[in-house]
Design a protein around this ligand. Structure first.
Ligand SMILES: *Cc1c(COP(=O)(O)O)cnc(C)c1O
Length: 407
C-alpha cells in the first residue's frame, strides 16, 4: 500500500527538520526532486547577491578584495565546507570546477610515484573518466577502467592512483571509503574521491576514513547555484608534497610580488589557479549557510526516512519501475533511481505535471532526496502523479519524446 496521504501529512508535521524548508525559495505546487543535480535557491542568496553586486562591486569596487574579504573567499568557504566532510578547515579550498580540480589533484598526485596505472570504475561519471584519460595521456600513464566489482581486486603494485566517485551518480551505490582507501594505501596507491553526490547529503568523515584527496561539487546538495565553484580536499600531511599542474598566480606564495619564478604557496592555497569568481563564491556561501545549525546525522536520518517512503510507495503503486538503488543506507547515497524503457518520456510527463526529477541515459529516472527541503507529502504527490501517468500511458504523447540539449 505504502504510506497514505494522511500519514504523509502527519510525518511532515512531526518532522523536526521541517522548518528548514523555509530557508529555500520553492515555487508553489512544484515538487522538486532534482536537488542532487541543482540545489534549490536559498532565500538568503538573493539578498546576499544584491549586497555583493550593489554595495561591494558597485560602491567599494576594487577595494572589496581587501575590505570585503574577497581575496580570502576560497579559504573561508573551504573552512565552512570542512565540517560537512569531516576535514580540518585548512584542508579544503574552493576553486574552479569539479572537473578542473580533478585534473589538478590527479596530475599532482600521479607524480608521487613512478607507477604506470591510473585506475577507475567503468560507468563512473564521464567527466571523471575523461579528465583521467587526459591526465594519463599527459603523464604517459595507462588508464585502467574496470567494472565496479573488480576495482578492489585490480589494485596492485602497478597502481599509482585510484579515482572513484563515492556515491554513484546513476545507481546511488556507495563505496566504503575507509575500506577502499585502506586497501589502496596498503598497495602504495593514493585514492582520489569524488564527493559530488555525497557532500551535503551523506555524513562524510574524510579524516577518520583516512582519505587523503578529494573533490566535490558546489551546485548539487550544497545549493551553491548553477555552475557554482567546486572544492578540493588534501589531507594536511600531503599538502607540502603536492604541486598543482595549473600554476596560476593565486596559488603563488606571493601573488602580488609579481615575480617571474613560481613559488607555490604554503598549504592548500597552492591549488588555486586564477582570480576567484566572487559572485559564484557568494552564492555558494549562501548555499553552504543553509546547513547552519543542522547536524548531518539528523539530515541523513531524514534522508533514510524519505528513501523508505518513496521506495515503499513506488513498489506499491508503480510496479512498472525497477529500483536499481541499494536498499541499505550504508550502501547508497541520497537519491533513488528506477529503470524503465521509456524513462525519458516518463520524466518529461512528470515535469509537465510539476514533479521535477531527471533522466539518465539510457533508461533511468532519478529522484534526489534532499532532506533540507523535501517533505513526505511531496513524495506522496510525486508518486501519485507518476502512477497516474504510468497507468494511463500518458507518457506516450509525442511531446514528451522531444529532447533538449540538456537531458
Ligand atoms: C556533478 C558531477 C561532476 C561535475 O563536474 P563539473 O566540472 O562541475 O561539470 C563531476 N563528477 C561527478 C561524479 C559529478 O556527479
Amino acid at each position: 500500500m505504502g504510506l497514505t496521504h494522511a500519514e504523509a501529512v502527519a510525518a511532515d508535521a512531526a518532522d523536526p527538520l521541517r522548518p528548514l524548508r523555509d530557508r529555500f525559495h520553492l515555487p508553489d505546487g512544484l515538487i522538486y526532486l532534482d536537488g542532487n543535480s541543482l540545489g534549490a535557491l536559498p532565500r538568503s542568496a538573493v539578498a546576499h547577491q544584491q549586497e555583493v553586486v550593489r554595495r561591494q562591486w558597485g560602491d567599494s569596487l576594487i577595494r572589496s578584495w581587501n575590505v570585503h574579504g574577497w581575496i580570502d573567499a576560497p579559504q573561508r568557504l573551504g573552512a565552512k565546507i570542512a565540517p560537512l566532510i569531516g576535514a580540518k578547515p585548512n584542508e579544503v579550498i574552493v576553486s574552479d570546477s569539479t572537473s578542473v580540480n580533478l585534473f589538478k589533484l590527479l596530475a599532482a598526485a600521479a607524480r608521487l610515484s613512478e607507477r604506470p596505472s591510473l585506475l577507475s570504475e567503468s560507468g563512473n561519471f564521464h567527466t571523471d573518466l575523461h579528465i583521467a584519460s587526459g591526465v594519463a595521456d599527459l603523464m604517459r600513464m595507462r588508464l585502467d577502467i574496470v567494472p565496479r566489482d573488480k576495482v578492489e581486486e585490480r589494485i596492485g603494485s602497478d597502481t599509482n592512483l585510484l579515482l572513484l566517485t563515492h556515491v554513484h551518480y546513476k545507481t546511488g551505490d556507495r563505496f566504503d571509503m575507509e575500506a577502499v582507501t585502506r586497501r589502496a594505501r596498503s598497495s602504495g596507491a593514493f585514492t582520489v574521491w569524488d564527493l559530488s553526490h555525497s557532500v551535503g547529503a551523506v555524513p562524510l568523515h574524510l579524516n577518520a576514513a583516512g582519505a587523503e584527496l578529494a573533490v566535490g561539487c558546489g551546485y548539487k546538495y550544497l545549493n551553491g547555484g548553477p555552475g557554482a565553484p567546486a572544492f578540493l580536499y588534501i589531507a594536511e600531511h600531503l599538502q607540502a608534497q603536492l604541486v598543482s599542474p595549473l600554476r596560476g598566480w593565486m596559488g603563488h606564495a606571493e601573488p602580488f610580488a609579481f615575480t617571474d619564478n613560481y613559488v607555490p604557496a604554503r598549504g592548500i592555497d597552492r591549488f588555486l589557479a586564477g582570480t576567484p569568481p566572487i559572485l559564484g563564491l557568494a552564492a555558494l556561501e549562501s548555499g553552504v549557510e543553509t546547513f547552519e545549525g543542522v547536524s548531518l546525522e539528523r539530515l541523513w536520518a531524514k534522508s533514510i526516512a524519505l528513501f523508505d517512503v518513496i521506495h515503499g510507495l513506488v513498489e506499491a503503486r508503480c510496479p512498472q519501475l525497477e529500483c536499481i538503488t541499494p536498499r541499505g543506507p550504508e550502501q547508497r547515497g541520497s537519491h533513488i533511481s528506477f529503470r524503465h524503457p521509456n524513462a525519458f518520456e516518463l520524466c518529461q510527463a512528470l515535469i509537465a505535471d510539476r514533479v521535477i526529477g531527471d533522466f539518465r541515459a539510457p533508461d533511468v529516472i532519478r529522484f534526489g532526496l534532499t532532506p533540507l527541503y523535501l517533505g513526505f507529502e511531496d513524495l506522496w504527490h510525486a508518486v501519485d502523479r507518476m502512477a497516474a501517468i504510468l497507468d494511463s500511458g500518458r507518457w506516450r504523447e509525442p511531446r514528451f519524446a522531444v529532447r533538449g540539449k540538456v537531458t
